[in-house]
Design a binder for this molecule. Structure first.
Ligand code: C2E
Ligand code: MG
Ligand code: MG
Ligand code: MG
Length: 285
């Protein structure tokens, strides 16, 4: 049984821990068949430029349409896929599908701005020796320009990585793929470490946007965001903010100089056709 809480947050109804262990076990066992059966699908959430409100692209967020439990969110199965290694073929499928979709957005001629797509990479995908070759193969087969792809890696996945471990990401960045540091501000990375990473975007974690909910905004959060934006811009990085739920937040973050925003205020994650409509509305206004 699955229940949808708050629209697109999916939770198993059984909170009891025995049931959870069983559920986890059976979900894990079913993962490979689910991939073969085509039970995964992707929702896209728009990324909006704060200065003019136009849609610049979308983040691909994977879901599992489980035959018994209904729609499961990534928090319920990505950790399982990660621990069993299935994340590598699953992640490859997400990349392939998202690249195909982005290419379609860019070639159907109706979107004014060329849309880009963001795809999340898990730590084991990052460490996988075929990451660069797989990504290049997907770009080739989809015909997607490397600059239309952004790979999101979490700050925590990169903390402590040495030059050798960063090489695949650097190779991808050299090919023109954007790398974004996801959930930025939740890890404990040394800020000077940022200079050594081949990243072009910081995605500020949702926890920072919370303080922007009221007017006036929380003064401490304002200072923190101000500091991060100025540091990012000094290092020539762009700043994306996650979890923007209200117009007040969007306005505070725009004034603070954040570049791009994502959140329910603009749109919840949804089917690829919806993004298309959104960008048409923006292009028309
Ligand atoms: P993330 O990359 O930080 O993605 C943003 C999450 O915030 C998404 O949750 C999105 O639905 C949610 N969100 C967006 N706007 C708002 C808002 O205004 N308010 C609130 N409260 N939440 C908002 P989702 O889809 O459940 O994904 C959770 C995490 O799962 C993602 O966090 C990402 O780390 C991971 N994930 C999703 N798809 C993939 C994938 O294909 N591969 C891998 N490795 N991880 C994925
Ligand atoms: Mg992400
Ligand atoms: Mg994020
Ligand atoms: Mg997050």
């Amino acid at each position: 049984r699955a229940k949808a809480a708050g629209g697109n947050r999916y939770e198993l109804a059984d909170a009891d821990s025995d049931a959870r262990v069983i559920a986890r076990h059976s979900l894990t066992n079913r993962l490979p068949a689910a991939l073969d059966n085509g039970e995964f699908f992707i929702e896209y959430q728009p990324l909006v430029r704060l200065t003019d409100g136009t849609v610049r692209g979308a983040e691909a967020l994977v879901r599992w349409l489980h035959p018994v439990h209904g729609v499961l969110g990534p928090d319920q199965f990505i950790p399982l896929a990660e621990s069993t290694g299935l994340i590598v073929p699953l992640g490859r499928w997400v990349l392939q599908e998202a690249a195909r979709q982005a290419r379609a957005w860019r070639t159907d001629g109706t979107c004014e701005a060329p849309l880009r797509v963001n795809v999340n990479l898990s730590p084991s995908q990052l460490r996988h020796p075929a990451l660069v070759a797989d990504t290049v193969a997907v770009l080739d087969s989809s015909g997607l320009d490397p600059s239309a792809l952004c790979l999101e890696v979490t700050e925590n996945a990169l903390i402590g990585a040495d030059e050798e471990e960063l090489r695949p990401l650097r190779q991808l960045a050299d090919l023109g793929v954007d790398i974004a540091l996801d959930d930025f501000g939740t890890g404990y990375s040394n800020l000077s470490y940022l200079r050594r990473l081949p990243v072009s975007t910081l995605k500020l974690d949702r926890s920072f946007t919370r303080g922007m909910q009221c007017a006036p905004a929380d003064p401490v959060d304002v200072k923190i965001v101000e500091g991060i934006v100025s540091l990012a811009h000094t290092l020539d990085l762009s700043v994306t903010v996650e979890g923007v739920e209200t117009g007040t937040q969007a306005e505070h973050l725009r004034v603070l100089g954040c570049d791009t925003a994502q959140g329910w205020y603009y749109a919840r994650p949804g089917p690829p056709e919806r993004l298309h409509t959104l960008s048409l509305v923006d292009a028309a206004s």
